[in-house]
Structures are given as structure tokens and as C-alpha cells.
Write a protein that binds this ligand. Structure first.
Ligand code: SF4
Ligand code: SF4
Length: 201
């Protein structure tokens, strides 16, 4: 029966979705931040969070969800609505979104799902909650202009094979473009000094 599913002490799973709350998380008020959804609504892109009525269309059409049991945009939206701030902002699955906007196109409620997820990523980044892999990529970009640091051996090998040199990057110009972002703090994983959330993409 439906009510039995939702009173299960050990786990609550929404139909068709693999993640939601364990019983202990639900019972602990310290894990719930009732103001969180209002914080999201104030971030550019997050304004439509409140309109979601949990139909699941976004999840069923999401190409990432098709290949990952963990990634469920409907669940992300629901957790944000419920105030599970840490659960959302610390999650790795938030960063799996490919920003393809399929969910936004299909949502019957006009929820800008992809933009809400982008807003959540921006909020996570502003608090230094960026997965280590992204910090490494950002560090490489600032240092070399490439997402991946090209090893000297690879460059020499290209010469041996008489391949053309890799295109030159303009690190100085890149650094200039990023100067308003407190990049060093992002890389160190520290929260931003300002409470203002900037939009990255
Ligand atoms: S499609 Fe829209 S209304 Fe339906 S669950 Fe996703 S965000 Fe919510
Ligand atoms: S934008 Fe993200 S959540 Fe939406 S369909 Fe694409 S990958 Fe899925």
C-alpha cells in the first residue's frame, strides 16, 4: 500500500528513482534547511524551482539519467525544494548534468530544470563544494590554457611524428577574463567572501 511505502523506517524511495531520503535523514531537522529553497529562488536560473509538481518527465527524458542509476533531475529538484542543502550541494551527481536542456523543453510546468541545476552548481561552487576533478581541470586551464596539462613527452612525440604543433593558448587573456572570480579560493575549496552568487555559464 502507498502509505506503507512512505512510512518505511529504513528507506524512502520515490517510484522509478534510486535516490532520496533514508529514514534517519528525514528524522533529523539539522539536515533540513527550510530557507534553502528561497536561497535557490534568488539565484539567477533558480527562480522556477517552486513550480515543480514532480511529474518525472525531466527524468524520463534526460539522456544522462538513461545511463546513470544515480542521476535523477526530478530528485535533485525535490531535494532542493525540501531544503536538503548539504545533500544537494555536496553531491557528485549534480555535476553529471550535461546542460542539454531537454528537461527544460519537456517540463509541463515550465520549470527551467537545466537552469535550476546550473544555479545549484553555482551555489555549490561559491561555497567551495566543487569535486576535486573539476578543481584539477580548472587549475590546468589557468596554468596552461588547456583543460589537460599536455606532458612534454607528448609534445616531443608529436615532433617525432612530424605533426603540427598544438595551437597556442592565451593564458594571460584567460586570466584577465577570470580575474573577477576569486579563482584561488575556488581551487582551495574555500567559501567565497561575498554572498553574491555569480553566474558562470
Ligand atoms: S518535468 Fe518539470 S514538473 Fe515534472 S518533475 Fe521535472 S521539473 Fe518537475
Ligand atoms: S540538462 Fe541536465 S538534467 Fe536536463 S536533460 Fe540534459 S543532462 Fe538531463
Amino acid at each position: 500500500m502507498l502509505h506503507e511505502k512512505y512510512t518505511n523506517k529504513d528507506a524512502i524511495m520515490e517510484e522509478g528513482e534510486g535516490i532520496i531520503l533514508s529514514g534517519s535523514e528525514k528524522a533529523s531537522p539539522s539536515r533540513v534547511n527550510p530557507k534553502f529553497k528561497y536561497e535557490v529562488l534568488r539565484v539567477p536560473g533558480g527562480e522556477s524551482l517552486i513550480h515543480c509538481f514532480q511529474c518525472g518527465t525531466c527524468t524520463s527524458d534526460c539522456p544522462v539519467a538513461r545511463f546513470s542509476d544515480k542521476y535523477r533531475p526530478r530528485s535533485i529538484i525535490r531535494m532542493a525544494q525540501l531544503g536538503l542543502k548539504d545533500r544537494v550541494l555536496d553531491s557528485d551527481f549534480l555535476w553529471l548534468c550535461a546542460s542539454c536542456f531537454t528537461c527544460t523543453d519537456r517540463c509541463p510546468q515550465g520549470v527551467e530544470v537545466a537552469s535550476v541545476i546550473r544555479a545549484l552548481k553555482n551555489m555549490a561552487a561559491m561555497e567551495g563544494r566543487i569535486p576535486q576533478a573539476f578543481k584539477i581541470l580548472l587549475g590546468n586551464l589557468i596554468k596552461t590554457g588547456y583543460i589537460y596539462e599536455i606532458p612534454e613527452s607528448r609534445i616531443k612525440r608529436r615532433e617525432t611524428l612530424q605533426l603540427p604543433p598544438l595551437p597556442k593558448t592565451n593564458v594571460e587573456s584567460l586570466t584577465k577574463s577570470l580575474q573577477n572570480l576569486d579563482i584561488k579560493r575556488f581551487l582551495e575549496g574555500l567559501p567565497q567572501k561575498s554572498s553574491e552568487v555569480r553566474v558562470w555559464v
